[in-house]
Ligand binder design. Structure first.
Ligand SMILES: [Ca+2]
Length: 347
């Protein structure tokens, strides 16, 4: 072993480690002129601090007289790192001085030069083996299968409102994309609709007859969904936009629930609505019905039940999900649910 006392020299820089000159100074190389029993052992030298002391106290940890030495490791105060006991490796690195040089190597899950190690983001780097959600952590990662937006905020307390993959029944083959709203408060799950053209995913109360005004049309971008039961709350208009205004009895109507086609012109089913779940893994499971006074209308489902075109009317009347029939949908508080099935499984 050869080193220069009190000199910290970088000999080699590796991609993941740093090597320093280190190790012990042989007794003859020290300024210490007091030869003691401590110096007579190589083991004591490899520990270092005691031998290299400028204080004149050469008692090392291997010194058999050490118990009476009150100075101990404090003797090395002010000395540069010469062994792993006083190295400059990162807290998340492993120091090795077995070769006579300090070698700092970042621990598994960390990356850097050994002096500074940073967390490896296994999720972003594609290093995880998660089938569900990958959650990065300091020095590690974990996997989860969140079923709801409430699960998202529980797993990732810093999560912000946005799109997240959820797993119905915690089944990784039943994945779907949710929009999580109000994660910092009361998380609410929404199903983002992909088909959002002017004539898609809308409900319309067509003006005329006993309901003067202009057609009230509400277009939906996201619908509120119960991630456990897969039921849509048709009254939630948080992510919708509406046009038109009409008078229904004493009430002014300016928006309509999802999946309701309504009109108030005798003998006409002039109300319109559309459900279009294409682009999502869901299909409609509900039946549809007509209700109101002298109701008319129909519901035409696509073969795969992902698209439904509704007409409705009467004096006044409407078409909607089967359990909406007893209610007056124009007031937006029907309490009605539209049932979906998750029909497209993940590979
Ligand atoms: Ca990590």
């Amino acid at each position: 072993m050869r080193t220069t006392k009190s000199a910290l020299t970088i000999l080699t820089v590796l991609s993941t480690s740093v090597v320093f000159a280190c190790g012990s100074s042989p007794p003859e190389a020290t300024d210490d002129t007091t030869e003691t029993e401590g110096d007579t052992t190589d083991d004591g030298d490899s520990i270092g601090e005691g031998d290299s002391s400028e204080s004149g106290d050469t008692t090392s940890e291997s010194d058999t007289t050490g118990e009476s030495d009150t100075t101990g490791e404090g003797d090395t105060t002010g000395e540069p790192a010469e062994s792993c006991e006083a190295d400059s490796c990162d807290a998340n690195a492993t120091c090795d001085d077995g070769s006579g040089m300090i070698v700092c190597t970042c621990n598994d899950g960390w990356e850097g030069d050994g002096q500074i190690c940073s967390d490896v983001d296994e999720c972003t780097d594609g290093l995880d083996d998660c089938e569900g959600l990958c959650i990065n952590d300091e020095g590690s990662f974990s996997c989860a299968v969140p079923q709801s937006c409430a699960d998202i905020i529980a797993l990732m307390p810093d999560a912000v409102d946005g799109y997240y993959m959820l797993y119905h029944m915690a089944d990784t083959t039943r994945a779907w994309t949710a929009y999580c709203h109000d994660l910092a408060g009361t998380p609410i799950d929404y199903l983002p609709l992909v088909e959002v053209g002017p004539d898609q995913n809308f409900s319309q109360y067509t003006a005329g007859g006993a309901s003067p005004g202009t057609d009230v049309r509400t277009n939906y971008e996201r619908v509120r969904i119960d991630p456990m039961t897969l039921e849509i709350n048709i009254d939630d208009t948080t992510f919708s936009s509406s046009t038109g205004s009409l008078t229904h009895g004493d009430a002014e109507i300016t928006s309509m629930p999802y999946a309701i086609a309504m009109g108030c012109t005798t003998s006409q089913a002039n109300g319109l609505a559309n459900i279009d779940l294409r682009g999502t893994p869901f299909a409609v499971a509900s039946e549809f019905c007509q209700a109101g006074y002298q109701p008319l209308g129909d519901a035409v489902l696509s073969e795969d039940d992902q698209v439904v075109d509704l007409t409705g009317g009467g004096y006044c009347g409407w078409t909607g999900p089967d359990n909406a029939c007893p209610n007056s949908p124009q007031n937006g508080s029907t309490g009605t649910l539209l049932s979906l099935d998750l029909v497209q499984l993940s590979p």
